[in-house]
Structures are given as structure tokens and as C-alpha cells.
Design a protein around this ligand. Structure first.
Ligand code: AHR
Length: 512
């Protein structure tokens, strides 16, 4: 398609109007016992970089560079058939079990203690633990909480101490099951049944530890047939006893009738995520009479080519591989732009979204890839995540006042060409994250800084490739990286910064 003349858009950064402080938990991620996320991902005792616990140090370094905070664990669909006790105690005595969610064998070599130790090694990241409400219920959830959080003096807490963790794990965030609305989920339930169970588990958990922060399952996708009604029913039963309701969303470019992919709609995935958040926020606000507030934990989000080869689970009664290659999507430059747009959308909704988990962290639809015995490297999506985390953590989201053109999509109708958000840092600097969704035209983007802002320096980094399908692979690990955007200019007199955004690009502007 021929390039159109440059489009224009403008963001007015108004320091007087704040959306909300950026909760560091927005930069959470997710480690599930799925494929090679744990085994040969974060844990590989034979790897040349492995530490005394068997953790890959090359991966730990990348996790630190990524800037991930809270880690959701151990699933995902996996948790709905998981017995947490299998993963504690001497490793040689731990049972091998069928993992029905991913048709694999779980060796249980890695469990709760290993996860806590690994989080220490990553710099003290927070654990967000999920309990199994698929095949299990109230008693097992209470047992796990007692094991994890009670200091000592009872059979379970003393067992933890005997297993090497003298101090309690002191886990604050707990997911009450996973995607219980999904018919694929082991132990899937109706909203009524799940709501009743979640309410009793929440109340019971609070009898042990009143200060836990509980996440009740919302819908596993915006497009679920039960969406809306599910949230309403579940929240009616659990509202006073939970702190978060979850949202999950995965995006991919679907095929059009002519066999090509609908990139225009895919590039507007942030529009759907925004609508999802607004819809769920409206449901939580329906409880206005309560003094208590329930926020959103967007605890699974990403681009995922579901149904394609890397996501096909093994089959056969005699075929239950250990840590097979599963969901190992290799992301393109276009995927990273959509991904950056999703991060912008989460930030824009920081008043309602207080936690989020990028699904997942290593190998499985992940920003970090590894080879067993070999290297670890950054996928294209690594870059928008790490730079957003670096610039936005500790900051405050400012109300986005954005004037942008629009374009037409098959899936979402007319959508803005530009999506953008500004964050004021703790040090008073301003970071603007912006995505140009246009496939045809560059965009001359103007940022009007707050009145009186003493502008001294500006810089911009852009992720863009002429080849939208460019990827980072084992053979070419740095094909797609961020580049300084040299088009940036600033005018201190008018308090304006200008930068040209190439078509299908993600940019972070940092103004000091
Ligand atoms: O992240 C992959 C899977 O997607 C999770 O196990 C499940 O919760 C979701 O459907």
C-alpha cells in the first residue's frame, strides 16, 4: 500500500489531573507449570549458569532487566488439578503426576519452596499464589494458607519449618481458583456454584489471615458467553470478602475470508481490553452502597496464537511428556506493538486495575526464551515491557487528553489511530508511551507539556520494523530491538515535544 501523508495527533499532558498512582503490581508476570516455563525455563540444574538451587542465572538476569514484579504461580489451568503437597518435602520422595490441563507429566521437582527461593534470587519479587478450586476446595486452600503463612506451632506450619522455611512465606495475594467460567477448566463450575465456593473459601482464609488480598475469578475472556452475568453473580456472593476480580485476555490476528490476517483489527486490540476493563469496573461499581472496593487484577494478558501448532497439547493415554515445548510463540515486531498498546491500556486504567500479570514469563507465550543447556534471549515483547516498567514504576498516571485521527476495523469499527498515556515520575520527569496503529502512515505526534514544566532534555526509543513479521530467534536473537528515535525535537518556549511515529510502532518518550 502506498504511504499516505503523515498523520498528526496531539497529547496534552495536564499535571493537575491524575488518574492514579502506578501500582507496581501492574508489572507482574506469571509462572505456570506448563511446557518449559519452569523446567528448562527458570529451573535447570544441569545448565552451565545454574546456581546451587538449580535456577538459571542467565534467566534471573533477564527477569531483573525485564522489571517484572509480582509472580502469579503455579497456574493457570494447571492449578485446577494440582495438589500443593506434592511439591514440598524431599525432592526424591515427591510423586510424578499426570497434569491433565497440559497432558504432561509433572515431576514436582519444583514447588512452593523453590518458587519462594527463586523469587528471592530475582530480588525479592512478590508471590501471588493460586489455590485449586477445580478438583479441590475449602480444606485444601486452608491447609495451604496455614502451611504458607502461619509462623509455627501447628502440624502444617511446623512441616514448612521442617522443610527448610523457618519464616512464613507471608503470601499476600491469593487467586481463588483459575478461569472457573471456562468449560475447559478441570472442575469448571456455574457462576452460582463457583460464587458459593469462592465465598466460603474467602471467609475461611480470612479466619486464618484477615489481611490476605483475595482475587476472585472473573471471565477468562471478554467474549465469553457468560461475561457480565458471571461477574455479577460471583461478586454478589463474594464482594465483601475479596479485593480483586480477575480479567484475562489474549489477542491474535485472525484470518479474514481472503486468507490474509486482519492486522488492522489486531492492532486495535487495546480498544477491546479497554472496553473489557470499563465493563468490569461498571460491575464492581454496582456495589456502591458498600464502603469496600474491589479492583481488577488483569492477571493474564498477552498476544497468543491460540490453536496454532505451538499450542497443541500432546495426546494419547501413553504419551505424557515432561516439560514439552508448548505455547512457544515467537513474537513479531507487530506483536510487540500490540503488546505495548496493551500496556498503555493497563496504565490508562490504573485507577481500577491495581494488579496485572503478563502471561507468561519464560518460554510459554513469554518475553524470555531459553534453550536447554543453551542461551536465553529477549523476544520482541520484552522491550515495551522493560522500558514501560523502568519509566512508569513509582509514577502517577495523568489523565490522557488525546486528539487522534481514526481508522476503520472489521472487528471494532472505527478506532483511534493513536493510543497514548503520560506518567509523571517520582522525580518529576514525564514519560509518554504511544503507539501508532496505522499500517500506512507515519504520525507527527505533538506532546504539550504541563504549564511551567522546565524542559531540559528529551529522548525517545521506538520499536518499529519495516518487516512487521521480523522476530528474534535462537539464530538471530537481536533482530528486533528498540532504537533511539532521532526525529524528536523540543521547544522549551511553547513546552512542546514533537516526534514522528513510524507506521505500526511503539514509542516511549522521556522528558526531563
Ligand atoms: O496462560 C496460558 C493459559 O491460558 C492458562 O493456563 C489459562 O489460565 C489460560 O486459559
Amino acid at each position: 500500500m502506498p504511504q499516505q501523508d503523515h498523520l498528526t495527533a496531539r497529547l496534552v499532558v495536564d499535571d493537575d489531573f491524575e488518574v492514579a498512582p502506578v501500582n507496581n503490581r501492574l508489572f507482574g508476570s506469571f509462572v505456570e507449570h506448563l511446557g518449559r516455563c519452569v523446567y528448562t525455563g527458570i529451573y535447570e540444574p544441569d545448565h552451565p549458569t545454574a546456581d546451587e538451587h538449580g535456577f538459571r542465572k542467565d534467566v534471573i538476569d533477564l527477569v531483573k532487566e525485564l522489571g517484572a514484579t509480582t509472580i502469579r504461580y503455579p497456574g493457570g489451568n494447571f492449578v485446577s488439578g494440582y495438589r500443593w503437597e506434592d511439591g514440598i518435602g524431599p525432592k526424591q520422595e515427591r510423586p510424578r503426576r499426570l497434569d491433565l490441563a497440559w497432558h504432561s507429566t509433572e515431576t514436582n521437582e519444583f514447588g512452593l519452596h523453590e518458587m519462594a527461593e527463586w523469587l528471592e534470587a530475582t530480588g525479592g519479587n512478590e508471590l501471588m499464589e493460586a489455590v485449586n478450586l477445580g478438583t479441590r476446595g475449602l480444606q485444601e486452600a486452608l491447609d495451604l494458607l496455614e502451611y504458607a503463612n502461619v509462623p509455627g506451632g501447628t502440624e502444617l506450619s511446623e512441616r514448612r519449618r521442617a522443610n527448610g522455611a523457618d519464616k512464613p512465606f507471608d503470601i499476600r495475594m491469593w487467586c481463588l481458583g483459575n478461569e472457573m467460567d471456562g468449560p475447559w477448566q478441570l472442575g469448571h463450575k456455574s457462576a452460582e456454584d463457583y460464587g458459593m465456593l469462592a465465598a466460603s473459601v474467602a471467609a475461611g482464609m480470612r479466619q486464618i489471615d484477615p489481611d490476605v488480598e483475595l482475587v476472585v475469578c472473573g471471565s477468562s475472556a471478554h467474549g465469553m458467553p457468560t461475561f457480565g452475568k458471571w461477574e455479577q453473580t460471583v461478586l454478589e456472593k463474594t464482594y465483601e470478602n475479596v479485593n480483586f476480580v480477575s480479567c484475562h485476555a489474549y489477542y491474535q490476528p485472525f484470518f479474514k475470508e481472503d486468507g490474509t490476517r486482519d492486522m488492522a483489527s489486531f492492532l486495535a486490540s487495546g480498544v477491546d481490553m479497554d472496553g473489557f476493563i470499563k465493563d468490569v469496573a461498571a460491575t464492581t461499581k454496582a456495589h456502591l452502597k458498600s464502603a469496600h472496593d474491589v479492583y481488577i487484577s488483569f492477571d493474564e494478558w498477552n498476544v497468543w496464537y491460540q490453536g496454532e501448532e505451538p499450542s497443541k497439547t500432546p495426546e494419547g493415554i501413553g504419551n505424557w511428556p515432561v516439560a514439552p515445548r508448548l505455547l512457544e510463540d515467537i513474537y513479531t515486531a507487530a506483536d510487540a506493538v500490540v503488546f505495548g498498546d496493551l500496556m498503555i491500556t493497563l496504565l490508562k486504567n490504573a485507577d481500577r486495575v491495581h494488579a496485572a500479570s503478563l502471561a507468561q514469563l519464560v518460554n510459554v507465550i513469554a518475553p524470555i526464551m531459553t534453550e536447554p543447556g543453551g542461551p536465553a534471549w529477549r523476544q520482541t515483547t520484552f522491550y515495551p515491557f522493560s522500558l514501560t516498567a523502568k519509566l512508569a514504576k513509582g509514577g502517577t498516571v495523568l489523565e490522557p487528553k488525546l486528539a487522534s485521527g481514526t481508522y476503520e476495523t472489521d472487528k471494532y469499527g472505527e478506532v483511534p489511530t493513536i493510543n497514548s498515556v503520560a506518567v509523571r515520575g517520582e522525580d518529576g520527569t514525564i514519560s509518554v508511551f504511544v503507539v501508532n496503529r496505522s499500517m500506512e502512515a507515519a504520525n507527527d505526534f505533538a506532546i504539550k507539556l504541563p504549564e511551567g514544566f522546565a524542559l531540559s532534555a528529551v529522548e525517545a526509543q521506538t520499536l518499529h520494523e519495516d518487516d512487521l513479521l521480523a522476530k528474534n530467534t535462537l539464530e538471530d536473537q537481536n533482530r528486533v530491538v528498540l532504537h533511539p528515535n532521532t526525529t524528536i525535537t523540543s521547544d522549551a518556549d511553547t513546552g512542546t515535544v514533537r516526534v514522528t511515529l513510524p507506521p505500526v510502532s511503539w514509542t516511549a518518550v522521556h522528558v526531563k
